[in-house]
Design a protein around this ligand. Structure first.
Ligand code: ZN
Ligand code: ZN
Length: 306
């Protein structure tokens, strides 16, 4: 990897629940997980079932680390099952060669660590959070903070947003967020990752509004890549019998409208509905191309280099 390279790799693009099977081999059936790599760090957006094969790959590529403990940062948008389900099965979390940093929002008055402890109580999960034996730090990410992940430093560091941080190298990652209340029940965090002069916005589990969500449009203004929820077709969203309004997800039209108004370079449709098989996803991608020039539907295994 070149010093300036920034890689985005998709490991899970599905919303709500995993859908393995012959109908989803092209786009994939795993739930939300994206890997972002710069020179030293592995940043993982959400821990849906896609994080499980990612864990295998991380272990394979780093077996010869000469005893050096390697850092992995997991950033959670929220704690619905499809965004945390893979965490107990992420093998590096049990390995002494890795250090895990997990950041996510406080939702419903519970800090992120408490929410994860609850999700892994014995009634629901064979292992407890404390059984993840890698060195780990789990902390709330607040909207008035920024997370700096430097190539020169081992630990990711949180600062107040307004703090001027010295010695941030262009290759380091700087992450900011805002909370959208458009997802039940207590909202979701939307993240912006800047590195190498490039900007990636991760906007999943968000429901658009007519005219485009102004908060997201401003946050994503001029981004190189916008990864945006596009779970529904317009007729599914407004189905008179089984309307999806209020479920906290967008249509592909909503995602394209935000991409157009925010003037982003590339839009990746994300959080695909489990009922949309590969042929349906092909049609969705085609339909979106009429609405935004550089758009694709996220696929497992897809890589974008910046
Ligand atoms: Zn979701
Ligand atoms: Zn959700």
């Amino acid at each position: 990897m070149q010093h300036n390279d920034l890689l985005i790799r998709f490991w899970g693009v599905r919303g709500s629940f995993p859908v393995p099977g012959p109908g989803t081999v092209k786009y994939g059936g795993n739930t939300s997980c994206i890997e972002i790599r710069n020179k030293k760090h592995v940043l993982i957006l959400d821990a849906g079932t896609g994080i499980i094969p990612l864990g295998e790959k991380v272990l394979n590529e780093r077996t010869n680390s000469n005893g050096e403990v390697l850092p992995i940062t997991v950033l959670l948008s929220h704690t619905h099952h499809d965004h945390i389900q893979g965490l107990p099965f992420f093998k590096p979390a049990y390995h002494k060669n890795y250090a895990m940093y997990v950041f996510g929002p406080e939702l419903l008055g519970r800090d992120i660590e408490t929410s994860l402890i609850h999700a892994m109580e014995p009634e629901y999960c064979p292992v407890k959070l404390q059984d993840l034996s890698a060195e780990k730090l789990i902390r709330n990410f607040k909207i008035d903070e920024k997370l700096v992940i430097r190539n020169s430093t081992y630990h990711p560091q949180l600062f107040k947003k307004e703090t001027v941080v010295d010695d941030v190298d262009p290759g380091d990652m700087v992450i900011t967020s805002f909370k959208s209340l458009s997802h039940p029940t207590d909202g979701v965090y939307i993240y912006k990752i800047k590195a190498n002069g490039k900007t990636i916005v991760y906007s999943t589990d968000i429901e658009g509004v007519p005219g485009g969500d102004e908060q997201v449009i401003q946050f994503a203004k001029g981004a190189d890549i916008l990864i945006h929820d596009a779970q529904y077709l317009a007729d599914e969203y407004s189905d008179p019998i089984a309307s999806k309004k209020g479920y906290g997800h967008s249509t592909l039209e909503m995602a394209c409208e935000v991409a157009n108004k925010a003037d982003v370079n590339k839009l990746v449709l994300y959080h695909h509905d489990p009922s949309h098989d590969d042929s349906e996803m092909d049609k969705i991608e085609e339909q979106a191309r009429n609405l935004f020039s550089d758009v694709c539907a996220g696929r497992e295994g897809m890589e974008i280099w910046l």
